[in-house]
Design a protein around this ligand. Structure first.
Ligand SMILES: Cc1cc2nc3c(=O)[nH]c(=O)nc-3n(C[C@H](O)[C@H](O)[C@H](O)COP(=O)(O)OP(=O)(O)OC[C@H]3O[C@@H](n4cnc5c(N)ncnc54)[C@H](O)[C@@H]3O)c2cc1C
Length: 510
C-alpha cells in the first residue's frame, strides 16, 4: 500500500459473485485499483443461479453490456415473472409478474378497484385480478416483445428479467473483466496472512506457493466463506426456522418445446421444484427440507416432475438459510453465497450480489480505516436481507395446505413481527406496508398475498370516487387494452430467434 491509499483489490472466487464483482470494480474503479481474481477450477462453482429479476438490466447498463449479445452468449431467455403452482392450496396457480396489474386510477392502486368489483361475491376468486394483467396474458400465450407502454394508453408495458446458463454467464463476465484489466490466478487458497496489529488480511497463499498480496479482499468463495467466515470468524445467523429448506438437487433436462417466458416454482410435499427455460436446455431443481423428507424421496420427486428428458443425474447442494452477522469486517467484504443465502424462490441471490457490489463501490474507501463506511454498509445489507426474508416467508406461511408435515409446520410457524404487520394490513383492506427501500414493489406484495389466498376484507374508500357504470367501463376498457397489447407481440421463440439466438445452441448437460 503506497501513501496509505488502497491500491490492490483481491477477489477470491470466480463464480457469478466473483466475476460480477470483478466486472463492476473494473468498470467503475479500474483506473485507481489493480484487481486480481483468484479461483480454483478444482473446487468449481455452485453451478446454479439461472433466473433473475429486472434489476439485472441496471447492472448490464452500468457495465455497458448489450442485451442481445449477452443473451446469445448465455443461451438466455426472457422472464416476465414466476408461476407459483400448488402453493396457496393444491391445484392453485398464480403468476408473480414483474409488472403492474391493470392500471392505477387517480392515486388508487388497481387492486382496490378490482376488490370493489367483486365485493358482493360470497367467495371472490383472487385469480380474477390477473384478467387485467398484460404479463399474464403474454405468459399464457408465450409471447414476448419490447413494450414500454401499451399503444397510446397509460398502461405500462412489459417489465422483464432473464434466464441464462450460469456457467456461460460466468465465462461472459470473465471475458468482460479480463478485457478491462482484471488478472486471474488459478489455484486453491491454502493460507491467509494477517497483520499482527490490525488483524487485517495482508495476503493469501495458493497451493504451489504463489502469494497474492492485497489492500482489500472480497470473499466470493461461496458457501465456504473462506475469508470472512473461516478466517475472520464472522458468525452466521440461521433463519431455517422460517425458511426450513436446506438442500437442493439440480438436474438439466432437454429444452421445452415451447419456450415460455417465465420461471415455474411448483410446491412439493417438503419443498418446491423450479423449472427454468433456456434456449438449449431446461434448468430444474428440487429445493427441500431434510427435516421432512429423505434425499432419495426428494430425487424421485424431482425426476418425476420433469417436463422433458433428463440430461444427467441430480447434483446435490446443501445450504442453511440466513446471513452473516456482518458483511464487511476488517478489510474484507463477503459477496454472494459467502454473505448469506435466502434460497432461490424469488431469484434474489444474483440481485443481492449486484446490490452489494454497487453499495460497496459507493462506500469504497480511498484509504484504510473505513469504520463509518463499513458500519453503513453492514446496516444497509442487513436491512435488505431481512426485507427479502419476509417476502419469502410469506409464500410458505400463508397457505391453506396442511396435507404434509412440512406444510403444517410452515402454516403454523411464528413469523417475524415485521411480516405479521404487513399481513394484517393487507387482510384488512388491501393496504401494503412496504418499506420505501423494499426490493419488492407494491404490485409484487399484492400479487403474492392474493396468490397465496389472502383476500382483503375491504378496499380503499378512494376507489368509491367513480360510479358503478364508470368502474364497469374502466374495467372493460382495460381488458381490451390488454388483449390488443398482447396480440401485437411476437412469440417469445420468434423474438429470440430474430434478436438473440444462442451462439452455441447445442444441448449442454451442464
Ligand atoms: C439451489 C440453488 C438455486 C439457485 N438459484 C438461483 C436463481 O435462480 N437465481 C439467483 O439469483 N440465484 C440463485 N442461486 C444463488 C446463485 O447460485 C448464487 O448466488 C451465485 O451462483 C453466486 O455464487 P457464488 O459466486 O457466491 O459462489 P460459487 O459459485 O460457489 O463460487 C465460489 C468460487 O469460490 C472459489 N473458491 C472457493 N474456495 C476456494 C479456495 N479455497 N481457493 C480458491 N478458490 C476457492 C470456487 O472455485 C468458485 O470459483 C441459487 C443457489 C442455490 C444453492
Amino acid at each position: 500500500m503506497a501513501e496509505g491509499k488502497l491500491q490492490k483489490l483481491v477477489i477470491v472466487g470466480g463464480g457469478t459473485a466473483g466475476w460480477i464483482t470483478a466486472a463492476a470494480f473494473a468498470r467503475l474503479l479500474g483506473q485507481s485499483l489493480t484487481i486480481e481474481l483468484v479461483e480454483s477450477e478444482a473446487i468449481g462453482t455452485v453451478g446454479v443461479g439461472e433466473a433473475t429479476i429486472p434489476q439485472i438490466i441496471r447492472l448490464n447498463t452500468i457495465l455497458g453490456i448489450d442485451e442481445h449479445e449477452f443473451l446469445k452468449a448465455t443461451s438466455g431467455t426472457f422472464k416476465l415473472g414466476i408461476e407459483f403452482v400448488d402453493w396457496g392450496k393444491r391445484g392453485s396457480r398464480y403468476l408473480h409478474t414483474f409488472g403492474d396489474t391493470g392500471m392505477n386510477l387517480g392515486n388508487v392502486a388497481f387492486h382496490h378497484y378490482w376488490r370493489r368489483s367483486c365485493m358482493g361475491e360470497a367467495q371472490p376468486d383472487a385469480r380474477g385480478l390477473w384478467q387485467w394483467s398484460l404479463h399474464q396474458a403474454a405468459a399464457d400465450q408465450a409471447r414476448f416483445g419490447k413494450l414500454d407502454r401499451v399503444g397510446n394508453t397509460a398502461m405500462t408495458g412489459l417489465a422483464y428479467a432473464y434466464h441464462f446458463d450460469a456457467s456461460r454467464y460466468a465465462l461472459f463476465l470473465r471475458a468482460y473483466a479480463e478485457g478491462r484489466g482484471v488478472t486471474r490466478s488459478e489455484g486453491i487458497v491454502e493460507s491467509v496472512a494477517r497483520d499482527g496489529e490490525t488483524g487485517d488480511i495482508t495476503a493469501i497463499t495458493l497451493a504451489g506457493g504463489k502469494r497474492v498480496a492485497g489492500d482489500f479482499f472480497i470473499d466470493c468463495t461461496g458457501f465456504r466463506a473462506l475469508l470472512l467466515g473461516q478466517e475472520l470468524g464472522v458468525g452466521y445467523e440461521d433463519w431455517s426456522r422460517w425458511l426450513p429448506c436446506d438442500r437442493a438437487l439440480a438436474v438439466p433436462s432437454e429444452r421445452l418445446s415451447t419456450l415460455v417466458p417465465y420461471t415455474r416454482a411448483t410446491a412439493k410435499d417438503a419443498g418446491w421444484q423450479w423449472r427454468i427455460p433456456l434456449q438449449h436446455r431446461t434448468g430444474n431443481g428440487h429445493v427441500y427440507s431434510s427435516g421432512f423428507t429423505t434425499d432419495e424421496a426428494a430425487a424421485d420427486t424431482l425426476m418425476a416432475g420433469l417436463d422433458t428428458r433428463p440430461l444427467g443425474d441430480p447434483r446435490p447442494i446443501r445450504f442453511t438459510t440466513g446471513r452473516r452477522q456482518a458483511f464487511w469486517s476488517h478489510n474484507c467484504a463477503a459477496i454472494g453465497l459467502s454473505s448469506g443465502f435466502l434460497e432461490p424462490l424469488e431469484s434474489t441471490s444474483i440481485h443481492l450480489i449486484q446490490s452489494h457490489v454497487s453499495r460497496l463501490i459507493q462506500l469504497f474507501p480511498r484509504s484504510p480505516g473505513a469504520g463509518a463506511m463499513r458500519d453503513e454498509y453492514n446496516r444497509r445489507c442487513r436491512a435488505e436481507f431481512e426485507q427479502i426474508r419476509d417476502f419469502l416467508i410469506l409464500h410458505y406461511n400463508r397457505t391453506d395446505r396442511d396435507d404434509t408435515e412440512f406444510w403444517r409446520y410452515c402454516k403454523h410457524m411464528a413469523v417475524p413481527d415485521s411480516l405479521s404487520h404487513k399481513l394484517e394490513l393487507f387482510a384488512a383492506a388491501g393496504r401494503v406496508g412496504r418499506d420505501a427501500d423494499d426490493l419488492f414493489r407494491e404490485a409484487s406484495w399484492v400479487q403474492v398475498m392474493l396468490g397465496q389466498g389472502i383476500m382483503p376484507a375491504d378496499y380503499d374508500p378512494m376507489a368509491d370516487q367513480v360510479s358503478d357504470a364508470q368502474l364497469a367501463e374502466f374495467l372493460a376498457n382495460l381488458r381490451t387494452i390488454v388483449e390488443r397489447g398482447v396480440a401485437g407481440l411476437p412469440s417469445h421463440e420468434d423474438y429470440l430467434k430474430q434478436h438473440c439466438p444462442a451462439a452455441d445452441p447445442a444441448t449442454a448437460a451442464a
